[in-house]
Design a binder for this molecule. Structure first.
Ligand code: ZN
Ligand code: ZN
Length: 243
């Protein structure tokens, strides 16, 4: 929902710590002048302006929930200056939802002249973009299977409450993992703080960052309760990794 959450005046929503202002989850993976964005949520435009993102080589989608896709149309100006159509990758089910919601973009009969110059691809087990390989990591998000991604020695695992055993095998020897930790109380489709710490202990990355936190978690206070190698991520955080 983002923090501050609309209509809420709790201590996190009114916190003056900039790390307690949370836009919807997304990351940009940047290497050697190339950039892949994972998810374009409703805050994509402001996030891209904030981070000076002036080109995108491809977009990977984790799933089709609103907080992960609704900024797709803001790819338009970036797509106009891109050499070809910007490739988008999503699971078949998510791709179908995205194509339906943005039918004026994807419908071959669309007459809308300034629609985004993007091209939807069905995501396989991995995809190579500008020499970098992104491996799909199946995750359980309530009743949905969604996509996490491993690239080089890092992984991005948002929106999940369980990691299947077969996916844990894809998540060995990581330097950095970014994963879902919504709040302390149980949720049907997101990991709690405690569950997320449990996943980190099984994957054993060198460092872990939590994402998708709700307004139940105060940044500084929560960080103090976590093991030394685990921290809450925050908007604008930059994490070095090797692809
Ligand atoms: Zn979701
Ligand atoms: Zn989400």
């Amino acid at each position: 929902m983002g923090v501050p959450t609309l209509g809420c005046t709790c201590r996190v929503c009114t916190s003056t710590d900039p790390r307690d202002r949370r836009t919807r989850p997304s990351i940009a993976v940047t290497w050697a002048g190339h950039r892949v964005v994972i998810d374009t949520g409703p805050d994509f435009r402001m996030q891209a302006l904030r981070e000076g993102i002036d080109h995108v080589d491809a977009v990977l989608y984790t799933h089709s929930h609103a907080d992960h896709i609704l900024g797709l149309d803001d790819l338009r100006p970036l797509s106009f200056k891109h050499k070809n159509k910007i490739p988008l990758y999503a699971d078949d089910e998510a791709a179908s939802v995205i194509e339906r919601i943005f039918d004026y973009t994807f419908d071959p009969d669309s007459q809308y002249p300034t629609r985004a110059r993007v091209e939807m691809h069905r995501l396989g087990q991995s995809v190579e973009i500008e020499g970098a390989v992104f491996h799909r990591v199946p995750l359980t998000h309530g009743r949905l299977e969604v996509a996490g991604f491993r690239f080089g020695n890092a992984a991005y695992l948002t929106d999940m409450n369980d990691i299947p055993e077969t996916s844990l095998a894809l998540l060995e020897n990581l330097d950095v993992v970014i994963l879902d930790a919504l709040r302390k109380t149980a949720h049907s489709s997101h990991a709690t703080l405690e569950q997320a710490v449990g996943f980190v202990n099984r994957m054993r990355p060198r460092r872990a960052f939590f994402t998708h936190m709700s307004h139940d978690l105060l940044h500084a206070e929560t960080n103090n309760e976590l093991p030394e190698n685990i921290q809450l991520a925050y908007d604008g955080l930059r994490i070095p990794f090797e692809i």
